[in-house]
Write a protein that binds this ligand. Structure first.
Ligand code: SAH
Length: 234
């Protein structure tokens, strides 16, 4: 759970509550200029309204934290665009709020922190040690104590704590690995970007009863642009 935020954590000016409110209002509204689906899940919007995204990026970029953009977090990685974080979270909890979630690709820790406010336990793995250390520092500072993290290659999930009620992958691979499905609970849901750079789709898989047997059914939630899922530890 998150502890009370100090005024410094809440931010000022470009990082203030007003800046967060403006961003969240935009995520929830349909703009004439775009065709994307507005975010409608109150629970997701409320969490993102409260969570200070500017604490998940470097100070030099903090003034841009409440623009709806992905931003660099070092080591050629990015914190995902707020709309995408909201969309993935909404897709993950739409049918039932999972208790136990695995995230592959901790990055800044922002997506994990959003999930931690909604579910009981978050497990997250990151292959770049430096990014994971920064993310852990942020979890501690914010008093978030229901995230367990590991420096590991998450392509094969995190078998030790399986099964998970939901798995979210925040880097794109050409295909989804069977190991991830194997680590899902029977009513589990998996959300992941799949495809080569420039032609990625955000996919959601759920186990659906069909003609007597259960089978994994995937649906596309739209076009996305994620950094690639890579192998090995650094
Ligand atoms: N969820 C993050 C998004 C980070 S971008 C956030 O909210 O900020 C994706 C992250 O996935 C990067 O940090 C990258 O290093 C990590 N990643 C890529 N391949 C990985 C792998 N095989 N295992 C674990 N993490 C991986």
């Amino acid at each position: 759970m998150m502890q009370r935020l100090t005024p410094e954590m809440r931010g000022l000016g470009m990082t203030s509550q007003r800046a967060r409110d403006r961003l969240i209002d935009r995520l929830a509204s349909r703009l004439p200029s775009d065709s994307r689906k507005p975010i409608s899940d109150r629970r997701v919007l409320d969490v993102m309204r409260m969570l200070p995204r500017h604490l998940f990026i470097e100070d030099a970029l903090a003034s841009r934290a409440y623009e709806d953009d992905a931003l660099p977090i070092g080591r050629a990685q990015t914190i995902s665009q707020p709309y995408i974080v909201a969309r993935m979270t909404e897709a993950l909890i739409e049918h039932a709020v999972p208790k136990k979630v695995l995230e592959v690709g901790t990055g800044s820790g922002y997506q994990a922190a959003v999930l931690a406010a909604l579910v009981e336990n978050v497990y997250t793995v990151e292959r770049i040690d430096e990014l994971l250390r920064n993310a852990r520092r942020r979890f501690r500072k914010l008093g978030i104590d229901n995230i367990r993290s590991k420096h590991a290659d998450g392509k094969l999930g995190w078998a030790e704590h399986a099964p998970y009620d939901a798995i979210i992958v925040t880097a794109a691979d050409d295909a989804l690995r069977p190991e991830l499905f194997d680590q899902l609970a029977p009513d589990g849901v998996l959300v992941a970007p799949v495809g080569k750079p420039g032609v990625q789709k955000l996919l959601r898989y759920r186990l659906v009863d069909k003609e007597g047997g259960a089978m994994w059914v995937g649906e596309s939630l739209g076009d996305v642009s994620f950094v690639p899922l890579l192998g090995g530890l650094v």
